[in-house]
Design a protein around this ligand. Structure first.
Ligand code: HEM
Length: 400
């Protein structure tokens, strides 16, 4: 916790102590300053569930047009160059989401299930020989990127390199708010890679998402190559790290709560509850930013027009006004109000894919593993402004 006991609450999303445990700070924000202003970093923060949900649903007053992260390299009217329609408002968002949805269909996601299982089994076979492995490096960090690559149509030979670039893209040094040079280079390399892939599919379409996006059409309107490249780039940021972190957090919190861990290990039908409670308890996307479009009166203050506003999803999920005993990790609770995938127009396009991946990977794990241990002293966290989870998570398993 980064606040002095006697002083006003202070919240700094770049602070490594906050990455370690943001929840006591969130609790103070919700109780003491539900409309918080950080004058050093010049942002406002909403921490109560009701306020976060209302802002997500109010695209008129809370715009996505400057992007959804505080990152100074992304925040601004150019945000859509790196985050595609995540950083658009209606009507442009509406058009692009509709076109993308023609390719990214529920059927395409459902058809991935056998591939996800195959990929999981493949990575599990590789680690099964050792009873100790790194849950992130060897499993959770591999499956989501492979799944996105499978979906998009990236050949297996290129997948490790794409994962390396994706990691560079989100890493931040302590106290440094800018994207490091290596991150910028990785972004350019990735964009060039996708441009080539799109050109190849335009010549020879296959049964993959890239080809489906090239074919998507609504009343004569189609996506340009740049729009497709932007969307594929967004998938890496939006769908890769988040799912890796969800898996790591599920593994970690179940380990910390043995009575809850026993439930899916005794009855695999409880795996979906394990996924949902992890999403609520410790979600990989802790916050999304918005830009106010007018003066917004709230609580005892006014968010001025043109301000940066953080919607603290991780805090909304721990709000006792919605979730009783929110700091208890309990698989039997009602998680229907979880804020982890957002609300409204930008509701996570990949929510069903993320849930499917987490379910399949955890199902395969409980099928093989009788029990496990985590070496928490040697676990490390990723340090990113809005992604929360482990970079390494050493684990020892006892196979069935
Ligand atoms: C645990 C995993 C995930 C979490 C916690 C998560 C969370 C979110 C959230 C909170 C948003 C809303 C952003 C906003 O309102 O500004 C979002 C949007 C989005 N997500 Fe996810 N996501 C996850 C996995 C995925 C996956 C697997 C994919 C795709 C492969 C994906 C693709 C997207 C896309 C494309 C958007 C933008 C939608 C739009 O702007 O209309 N996400 N995600």
């Amino acid at each position: 916790m980064t606040t002095l006991d006697t002083g006003a609450v202070r919240y700094d999303p770049y602070d490594y102590a906050v990455h370690e445990d943001p929840f006591p700070t969130y609790a103070r924000l919700r109780d003491e300053e539900p409309l918080y202003y950080n004058d050093e970093l010049d942002f406002w923060a909403l921490s109560r569930h009701a306020d976060v949900v209302a802002a997500f649903r109010d695209a008129q007053r809370f715009s996505s047009s400057y992007g959804v992260t505080l990152d100074p390299n992304v925040w601004g009217p150019q945000a859509e160059r790196t985050t595609s329609f995540l950083a658009m408002d209606p009507p442009r968002h509406t058009r692009m989401r509709a076109l993308v949805s023609r390719g990214f269909t529920p059927r395409r996601v459902a058809e991935l299930e056998p591939h996800i299982r195959e990929l999981t089994v493949h990575h599990l076979d590789a680690v099964a020989a050792h009873d100790t492995f790194d849950f992130i490096r060897d499993l959770a960090g591999r499956v989501p990127m492979d799944v996105i690559s499978e979906l998009v149509g990236v050949p297996s030979a290129d997948r490790d390199e794409l994962r390396r670039l994706a990691d560079l893209l989100i890493h931040r040094e302590e106290g440094v708010t800018e994207m490091p040079a290596a991150g910028m280079e990785a972004a350019m390399t990735l964009s060039a890679y996708y441009a080539d892939l799109i050109a190849a599919r335009r010549k020879h379409p296959l049964d993959d998402l890239t080809s489906a996006l090239l074919a998507a059409e609504i009343e004569g309107d189609r996506l340009t190559d740049d729009e497709i490249a932007g969307f594929l780039f967004l998938l890496i940021v939006a769908g890769n790290e988040t799912t890796t972190k969800l898996l790591g957090n599920a593994w970690y919190w179940a380990w910390r709560n043995p009575d809850q861990r026993a439930l899916p290990f005794e009855d695999p039908a409880r795996v979906p509850d394990w996924v949902e409670e992890t999403l609520r308890y410790d979600t990989s996307t802790q916050m999304l930013a918005r830009r106010s479009q007018v003066d917004v009166p709230l609580h005892d203050g006014i968010i001025p027009d043109g301000a940066r506003v953080l919607l603290l999803v991780g805090s909304a999920n721990r709000d006792p006004r919605v979730f009783p005993e929110p700091d208890d990790y309990r698989l039997d609770r009602d998680t229907s109000e979880t804020a982890s995938f957002g609300f409204g127009r930008h509701f996570c396009l990949g929510a069903s894919l993320a849930r499917l991946e987490a379910r399949v990977v955890l199902q395969e794990l409980v099928a093989r593993v009788a029990d496990y241990d985590v070496d928490a002293d040697n676990a490390t966290r990723v340090h990113s402004v809005n992604v929360r989870g482990f970079a390494t998570l050493p684990t020892t398993v006892e196979l069935r």
